[in-house]
Write a protein that binds this ligand. Structure first.
Ligand SMILES: Cc1cc2nc3c(=O)[nH]c(=O)nc-3n(C[C@H](O)[C@H](O)[C@H](O)COP(=O)(O)O)c2cc1C
Length: 231
């Protein structure tokens, strides 16, 4: 029987940053939507991270991770940096508020409502991903607001999920998205902009179209992934 991939969209979750430190002392972190509380006494969390992600390697070696709960006001800039780029290529934390825990782990506090520090007790290899299950050693409320949901990210922010995410499904392929038609009767105050259908990055201007060699500064895709919008 064929699986209807759209069914997975009705599973609910939030968006989080998982952070850790690798064997070379590099700070690593990535967006996940697979953080889950699995027990309360002692409090335990699990997270599923793709083996190819730098963060998976860091959690495997340090046996610890921090989790930051992102708020609904989180910018696409933060999601683009942590969700579409590799910690091996850039220092993701340099642009965003964070602190370093006593254990040396980075802990993102930017656009964050709460943080957890977790010691990994067991790791389950599920093929493409490693599932880390651990005990919460510290938990803190660091901000007020509404946590962002995966549904809000897709439906309202029109964000995308990269292939390496545990919850990537065919329906997320931007090439299959409809092109959004813009209103021809735009008011004179509205400006033309181009929005990346991969990560949501928006650039103002270029009324005649983006240059041929255009690359999204956030996630790196070409101009074919950009749609014209009015802001
Ligand atoms: C909305 C969203 C959800 C994601 N969920 C996961 C996830 O649950 N597990 C995972 O391994 N990657 C997930 N990703 C992808 C990683 O964040 C992405 O591959 C990141 O660039 C890895 O960075 P790193 O190599 O520095 O660890 C998600 C990305 C986005 C944008």
């Amino acid at each position: 029987m064929e699986i209807d991939r759209k069914a997975f969209r009705s599973l609910t979750s939030g968006l989080y940053i998982i952070s850790s430190i690798d064997a070379d002392g590099r700070l690593c972190g990535c967006v996940v939507n697979t953080l889950l509380q699995v027990a309360s006494d002692p409090a335990q969390l699990l997270v599923s991270i793709n083996k190819q992600n730098a963060t998976a390697e860091a959690v495997s070696t340090s046996k610890r991770f921090c989790a930051s709960v992102l708020s609904q006001d989180t910018t696409m800039d933060l999601i683009g940096t942590f969700g579409f780029k590799s910690s091996k290529d850039i220092d993701k934390f340099s642009e965003f508020d964070h602190s370093v825990c006593e254990s040396g782990l980075p802990r993102l506090t930017h656009d964050t409502l709460a943080t957890f520090e977790v010691r990994v007790d067991s790791t389950v290899d599920v093929g493409t991903h490693l599932v880390f299950i651990g005990t919460v050693e510290d938990a803190e409320v660091v901000g007020e607001g509404t946590p962002i949901t995966y549904d809000y990210y897709h439906r309202v922010l029109r964000g995308k999920t990269p292939k390496k995410a545990a919850s990537y499904n065919d329906g997320d392929d931007p090439a299959k998205d409809e092109i959004v038609e813009i209103e021809e009767t735009a008011s004179s105050e509205q400006k033309v902009a181009w929005r990346c259908r991969m990560c949501g990055y928006t650039v103002e201007g270029y009324p005649d179209g983006l240059p041929e060699d255009w690359r999204c500064p956030m996630c790196g895709v070409g101009r074919d992934y950009f749609e014209k919008v009015l802001i």
